[in-house]
Design a protein around this ligand. Sequence first.
Ligand code: 9C2
Ligand code: ZN
Length: 426
Amino acid sequence: MSSAPKLFRVIGGAQNYDWGKLGSTSAVARFAKLNDPENVFIEEEKPYAELWMGTHPSVPTVSAQDRTPLRDLVRAAPEEMLGQDIIKKFGSKEGIPFLFKVLSIRKVLSIQAHPDKALARQLHASDPKHYPDDNHKPEMAVAITDFEAFCGFKPLAQIDALLQKIPEFRELVGDDVVAEFHSGIVSSDVAGKKKLLQKVFSRVMNSPESKFEPLAARLVERTRSDPQLFGETLADLIQRLDAQFPNDIGLFCGCLLLNHCILKSGEAMFLEAKDPHAYISGDIMECMAASDNVIRAGFTPKFKDVEVLVDCLTYSFNPVEEQKLKPAPFPRGTGVAELKLYDPPIDEFSVLQTTFTSAGAEKFEALDGPSLLIVTEGKGKIKLQSSDEALDASTGNIFFVAPKTAIELVSESKDTFTSYRAFCEA
Ligand SMILES: NNC(=O)[C@@H](O)[C@H](O)[C@H](O)COP(=O)(O)O
Ligand SMILES: [Zn+2]
C-alpha cells in the first residue's frame, strides 16, 4: 500500500439513529450525498443522525480515491499520518485520537453520560457489547444552527424550588429526601451537597415505571393547568418532549434536573466525562475523544444502564452560562477569513472554524498532528501551500490533512464559505 498523500478527500460514514432529521432535511444526509454523489441516495423517510469522520472501527471513514479505510492508512504509515509526537503522547499507532461528527437532531437524544478512562476500561471489559471500546469520551458541541440541549445539573436552589412547588416531582422523590435536600443545600459543604443531589437523582432514576408513568402524565397536565409553576420555557419543553417520549422518566431527570442550554449558531459547550447531558434539537459539529461509550438512562429505546449512571456522575451543578465554551482567536492563519478556535481543556482535540465572506485566501501554519476538515457551507478550494494543485472544497467535502502540512483555503466568491477542522497536537 503506497503511503498516503499529505492532503486528500475522504468519505465519512452515516448513523441512522431514530432521533436524526429525516431525508434531505438532515445536514448529515445532504453532506453525505454531496461528498459521495455516486454512492449516496437519500431516502426521504429515513433518519440521518450522525456523520462520522475519524478512524473509530464502528463506522469507517474511507479515502475518496480508492475507498481504503483511513484506519488502514494510519496503521500502514503511523509516523506520516499521526506524527511521532502524537504516537508518543497517546501511546498508540492505531488511529486518530479524536472522532469528529456532524449531528442533525429531530428528536431528543438519550439522557446520557460518558465514562472516564478508568470506568471505560471496566465497562468495556465487563460489557463489550454495550461499551465497544475502553476510552473516555469527553465531547464538545459547536452549534451550526441554533441548538438546544440538556447540559449538567441545574443549580441546587433551582432544583429545590421545583421540588417545593411541583407535587408530582415531590411525590416521585419522596418527602424525606425533599426535606433533607431543602435543609442541606444551604451548607457550604460541596461534597455533602453533591451527595444530596445524588440521592434525589437516584430516587428519580430508580423509581419503577408503575410509579413514574402516572406521575409524568399528571406533570404534563400541570404544565397546561399551572404553566406559571414551571416558567414559560420549561412548560413548553416538557410538553414538546412528552410528545416525543410519552410519560418518559426523562421528563423528570432531564427537564426538572438538568440545565436547558440554548446555543446560537457559533456557540459551543464542552462536556467532561461523567457530565449528564442530552441534545434536544438542531445541527452541530461534535468532537470527542475517539470512543462510542454512552451510558444512557432516559428518552431512549436503547440499553439503559441506570445503576452505572447514578453511580458514576460528577454531580457538579453549575449555571447554564458556565457550561458554554467561548471561542478564542487562532493566530496561526494569515488571510481574509474569520478564524474561531474552540479549545476545550483536554488533549484529544480542538476545532477551528474558518469563515470567508469575501473572495480571498487563508494560509495556515502546519499543525503538529492530524486533522480532518469538513466544508459546511459554500464552496472554494483547498491546497498544499507547497503545490499549485488545488482540490475543489464545497459543502459536504471532507479532507484529511497529515501532520506538518501547511494548507491554504481559497474562496472564489463573496458568498459565505465555512469549514470546521478538528485537530490534535502534542
Ligand atoms: N452527546 N452526544 C453523543 O455522545 C453522541 O456522540 C452519541 O453518538 C449520541 O449521544 C448517541 O445517542 P443515543 O445513544 O442514540 O441516544
Ligand atoms: Zn454525549
